[in-house]
Design a protein around this ligand. Structure first.
Ligand SMILES: Cc1cc2nc3c(=O)[nH]c(=O)nc-3n(C[C@H](O)[C@H](O)[C@H](O)COP(=O)(O)OP(=O)(O)OC[C@H]3O[C@@H](n4cnc5c(N)ncnc54)[C@H](O)[C@@H]3O)c2cc1C
Length: 311
């Protein structure tokens, strides 16, 4: 019997779509990544708990996929299961107890969430307009831009641990720091978040959103597939500035290239392989370290083909 038999049966019993050999390039903003052995569309908490149990019992590695906008998936694909959370995980509403609190499923896109906040004249989330992730991925990464970050607005996260136990973290326990949260350590699956915003003025909220979007369009190579800024901001510097200073703007390996528009971005210019991007990342890190003494740490998460952990 194949190693996925139990998983397939369980997923189908919960009504989840089960895809085999699903090309991950269809699910990443980089448009890179070979086939995942299994790609499961998980529609609710009961299904997720059941699937996590089988993954544990059958020792099947799994990856939680948000919108795939911060991931680098290997060309040989993934020997395990990708879990994409949809259905119940895409619910979005104002809290019935507090009109300044939004309850949001992890699978909701930041774009939809920002529009919802705007429509309800709630301010605080404007910074996230234009970040192409999901609410769950953004909380996991503590995504941020233009002086704001998820840390400022997330009140609590609901989760299911890898062992299948439901729970909630709030306040200090969320341990947000630069592109990190408690979840980057504990590996639990975020199923939903609550955000505390403030009543604002509709015109001002829209103006801020438009301004941030325009800045993105001016500065970022949005016409090419990418995963945004490849490196974290090193203390006291800008990664893009250091890369440019080292003469690496436009540097190409295979189909991957350092963007001419924003040196902090690597773009998939033409059918780039994951190995092209990894080689370019290593080349940039070596050059910047040699020329400036600064170590660049990856913000983009490169996934290991066999463990589905990040390398
Ligand atoms: C053009 C462009 C611009 C960008 N601009 C910004 C920016 O301004 N600021 C910024 O911070 N980022 C930016 N990013 C990067 C990216 O959008 C963010 O990191 C985003 O938060 C990732 O969310 P995602 O849903 O796509 O996560 P994914 O890429 O799918 O996953 C990222 C990580 O989160 C984990 N994850 C996802 N969902 C869950 C969940 N429900 N529970 C537990 N773990 C989960 C994944 O396992 C993985 O480890 C940009 C990317 C692009 C392509």
């Amino acid at each position: 019997m194949n190693r996925y038999h139990q998983l397939d049966e369980t997923a189908r019993s919960f009504g989840c779509a089960v895809l085999q050999e699903e090309p991950m390039r269809n699910h990443t903003s980089f448009k890179i990544g070979g086939p995942a052995d299994r790609f499961l569309e998980v529609g609710g908490s009961a299904a997720l708990t059941g699937i996590l149990r089988i993954c544990r019992e059958e020792r099947i590695p799994f990856l939680i996929l948000g919108k795939g906008s911060n991931l680098l998936v290997p060309d040989e694909g993934l020997r395990g299961a990708v879990l994409h959370l949809s259905g119940q995980f895409e619910e979005l509403r104002l809290s019935p107890d507090d009109p300044e609190v939004i309850e949001c499923g992890c699978g909701v896109s930041l774009a939809r969430l920002c529009k919802f906040a705007q429509a309800n004249v709630l301010s605080g989330l404007e910074f996230a307009w234009g970040i192409p992730g999901s609410a769950g991925g953004a909380a996991y990464m503590n995504a941020g831009a233009y002086g704001g970050e998820m840390k400022d607005v997330v009140q609590s996260c609901r989760h299911i641990t890898r062992e299948g136990r439901p729970g909630i973290l709030q306040g200090e326990a969320l341990a947000f720091s630069y592109r990190k949260s408690a979840y980057t350590k504990n590996g639990a699956v975020i199923t939903g978040i609550t955000l505390r915003l403030k009543k604002g003025l509709s015109g001002e909220i829209q103006e801020k959103m438009d301004d941030f979007m325009q800045r993105r369009k001016n500065k970022q190579p949005l016409e090419y597939p990418s995963a945004g800024s490849v490196f974290k901001r090193p203390e006291g510097y800008y990664a893009g500035g250091l890369i440019q200073q080292c003469g690496l703007k436009g540097k190409r390996i295979g189909g991957a290239r350092v963007s001419e528009k924003h040196a902090g971005f690597i773009i998939n210019e033409k059918d780039a392989a994951c190995t092209d991007v990894l080689a370019l990342i290593a080349f940039i890190q070596e050059t910047v370290k040699r020329e400036t003494g600064v170590s660049l740490e990856c913000e983009v998460k490169a996934v290991d083909a066999n463990t589905l952990q990040f390398c």
